[in-house]
Design a protein. Structure first.
Length: 218
């Protein structure tokens, strides 16, 4: 069954990538590729890699967790896939994924990551050309539409929160996540933690995103 599932996923990804490569034939404008910080061998280009700084003292996502450990509820990684194994952009494109750790029902200290924010990085100069767009989760999105979702910009790069394009309706996304992960504790504490985390970064993601090398210097 695992082999069959892997084969089916490979076939779907190949069809997805082929559709992406055929886009110029069916639409006006150029598709701009995301800039990836991940090199071969899973090495990181630190000179352009973004990160999210730890929350400032006093931010509480779960009142049952000690204040000094709130930052441990945050997960951060770079991935080409969403939480259901689907490509976020085109093959080889990575997104910075910000997750909240949710508790498991049968393990006191066990947690699982629930991705809530997906950030894609692009060459800033490319995004400012006429008739250009990004390819996100199977659809093309103009950079004009992405402008209000910008969370970082300097002279070289522009980064956008593309979460809504990845999972759409938040309630349906949560329900699907719980169905896929029945070991997650589905209670008021879990839902409260998710909501508090989401609300905080919805309001503070832009000021929290930093270059990794800058964060290390601090």
């Amino acid at each position: 069954m695992l082999a069959q599932e892997k084969y089916q996923r490979t076939v779907l990804e190949e069809a997805y990538q082929q559709a992406y490569e055929n886009l110029p034939e069916f639409q006006k404008g150029q598709v701009v590729s995301a800039v990836s910080p991940v090199l071969s061998g899973n090495r990181i280009q630190k000179e352009m890699c973004l990160t999210v700084q730890d929350p400032p003292e006093g931010v509480i996502w779960d009142e049952r967790i000690s204040p000094e450990k709130q930052y441990e509820l945050m997960g951060l990684n770079w991935s080409t896939y969403d939480s259901f194994g689907r490509l976020i952009g085109a093959q080889g494109e990575y997104a910075m994924v910000l997750s909240v750790q949710v508790p498991l029902q049968d393990y006191a200290d066990g947690t699982r990551e629930l991705p809530l924010f997906y950030v894609m990085v692009y060459d800033r100069e490319e995004t400012q050309k006429d008739d250009v767009c990004a390819f996100i989760h199977g659809q093309t999105v103009s950079f004009e539409d992405l402008e209000e979702r910008k969370v970082f910009e300097d002279e070289k790069y522009a980064a956008y929160d593309v979460s809504d394009y990845v999972y759409g309706d938040g309630e349906s996304y949560l329900q699907a996540f719980f169905r896929q992960n029945p070991d997650v504790a589905q209670n008021a504490q879990t839902l409260g933690r998710i909501q508090n985390f989401y609300t905080y970064y919805q309001d503070h993601l832009q000021e929290s995103v930093r270059y990794l090398q800058d964060a290390q210097q601090k």
